[in-house]
Design a protein around this ligand. Structure first.
Ligand SMILES: OC[C@H]1O[C@H](O[C@H]2O[C@H](CO)[C@@H](O)[C@H](O)[C@H]2O)[C@H](O)[C@@H](O)[C@@H]1O
Length: 521
């Protein structure tokens, strides 16, 4: 039989593995194991092959018209050209034998985040698409969402990423927002018609069963909100040794399973890992993500309701439009009742008691709001229903200014330096972008000035880090201009889809004057 590198013994890798010679203790030699891996496995990343993006041109017409500074313009064109490096399509070997691969056979080309992340990831794609809009790469953007829609057709929801081991969870749901951005630029009604039934399905996924929890406020009104909840109670296959090491001190099997579900649910949140989900901020085994109603998830679902209402109107389905507008008003009330904290002037995640069964309606208690500072406490600002309220924006802006989160070169994820990647001093492009956009959309001059100030600092640090290292990074250290971030379970990654997207989107919005310095000040 022919293997990858010449003749080999068996068609079946499991048979071949069983036949490998073992010593007295049952161990296989490194040489034999290496040959087996070489014979039966492709290299990491061989499953997705380079795809030349047909809509890429080195300098698109009308590219970043407000960027006057030649140094910044040259860099922005380099960032734009990175779409070529990150563009991929599924290889023939995956299409022919999908059962031999972890990569899922998607119909069209995608843009990957980069480095270790060699497959399309769900929420990353929103900021990739924001950048593709600035790069005028509409066909590439449409191909990404068509792939994500195909997940809903097959699984009923959008997977965390295009891997078999991600079929147990989703990620922050931003598909509707991606389609809205594309529609705004292209007016593509065909895409909206195709997407609408899929979005209705995805909406069900986040608003029924394990993802839905009801809270009763002090006025006896019930509020339905969403939570993260992975359909998995084993180690994450992609990080199994790490997860097993976490549980080395947990002896009881059912506690182990509970912990594994919390880990996978935290990955579903996109914030893996963070003290935001931990009862004891220095002990990862106290992750309690499924017992938390997160502010940001409900902001994303609210955005989905508004987008669905908009799309339904566009295609002439007024009944659906009306019912989703109503749902958005209901969720806005829920967000205000459950998350808003008048004293702190921000929205706080809501925690349930450890081990509470959440099948029935839970009574709201003020003490269950999590008072720690996280960038997510400000994300409702991203939605027009909140940012159009001038009085509210004034309060929230003041609270953000005094929160300690706004650092030298961006907004920190939290104030706790835990060593996890979704904590201080890391700043992530998506969080900068949503808060900047929220402040900007409010229409208030002061809020716009704050948005622009954060954007300028963020762009600077991305630029300086790029010049120092030759790469765009997954996350940055918001305390030091030009430094990338760290912490967490893997080494810092480069590439990087959402960072590129946010830089291009911010440069499109704010531009860069000819005489404004781009170096660290
Ligand atoms: O392999 C570990 C984890 O890696 C991913 O999470 C991180 O990278 C993603 C891609 O940029 C990003 O979407 C996520 O917010 C990051 O925390 C993956 O999504 C996780 O499921 C996985 O366990």
């Amino acid at each position: 039989m022919e293997c990858r590198n010449g003749p080999c013994d068996s068609h079946n890798p499991i048979d071949a593995f069983d036949k490998l010679p073992r010593n007295a203790t049952g161990a296989i030699s490194v040489k034999d194991l290496s040959k087996f891996i070489d014979d039966y496995f492709e290299g990491a990343g061989d499953d997705l092959v380079y795809a030349d993006p047909l809509d890429f041109v080195p300098e698109p017409e009308g590219f970043l018209p407000k960027v006057e500074n030649s140094q910044v313009r040259a860099w922005a064109l380099e960032v734009h050209s990175l779409w070529k490096n990150l563009s991929r399509k599924v290889s023939d070997s995956v299409l022919n034998r999908p059962e031999f691969h972890t990569l899922l056979p998607l119909p069209g080309p995608v843009v990957i985040p980069g480095s270790r992340f060699k497959e399309v990831n769900y929420w990353d794609s929103y900021w990739v698409i924001r950048g593709l809009m600035a790069s005028k790469m509409y066909a590439t953007a449409k191909s990404i969402v068509t792939n994500l829609i195909s997940f809903i057709d097959t699984y009923g929801y959008v997977l965390n990423g295009a891997r078999a081991y991600y079929t147990n969870r989703s990620q922050p749901p931003l598909l509707s927002a991606m389609i809205h951005e594309i529609y705004k630029r292209t007016g593509d009604l065909k895409l909206v018609r195709k997407a609408l039934p899929a979005l209705l399905k995805e909406y069900q996924f986040w608003n029924t069963g394990i993802h839905s929890v009801t809270v009763q406020d002090s006025q006896a009104s019930n509020h339905k909100l969403s939570r993260y909840y992975a359909m998995w109670n084993k180690p994450r296959p992609e990080s199994a040794t790490i997860d097993k090491a976490f549980t080395s001190k947990i002896l009881n099997d059912s506690e182990k399973q509970h912990f594994y579900r919390e880990v996978a649910s935290t990955a579903e949140s996109g914030w893996d890992f963070s003290t935001r989900w931990m009862r004891n901020t220095s002990d990862i085994t106290t992750l309690t993500t499924t017992s938390i109603l997160p502010v940001d998830l409900n902001v994303f679902v609210l955005r989905m309701e508004l987008d669905i209402a908009f799309f339904a109107k566009v295609v002439g389905d007024n009944k659906t439009a009306k019912s989703f507008l109503k749902a958005s008003q209901t969720r806005k009330r829920a967000i205000n009742s459950v998350f808003w904290n008048e004293e702190k002037r921000q929205w706080l995640d809501y925690w349930f008691d450890n081990g509470a069964t959440l099948q029935e309606c839970q009574a709201w208690q003020a003490s269950n709001q999590n008072h720690r500072a996280y960038a997510s406490n400000y994300l409702p600002l991203w939605i027009d229903l909140f940012n159009s309220d001038t009085c509210l924006v004034k309060k929230v802006k003041k609270s953000l200014e005094s929160s300690g989160l706004v650092c030298a070169v961006g907004i920190a994820t939290s104030l706790i330096n835990s060593g996890n990647q979704w904590d201080y001093p890391n700043g992530w492009a998506p969080l900068q972008h949503m808060i900047i956009e929220g402040l900007l959309r409010s229409g208030s001059e002061e809020a716009r000035a704050m948005a622009e100030d954060i954007a300028v600092r963020w762009i600077r640090t991305n630029y300086v880090a790029y010049k120092k290292t030759g790469a765009m990074h997954e996350k940055y250290n918001v305390e030091k201009c030009g430094d990338f971030g760290g912490g967490g379970e893997y080494i810092p990654q480069t590439g990087f889809g959402w960072s590129n997207g946010v830089v291009l989107a911010l440069l499109e919005e704010f531009g860069w004057p000819r005489d404004l310095k781009i170096d660290c000040q």
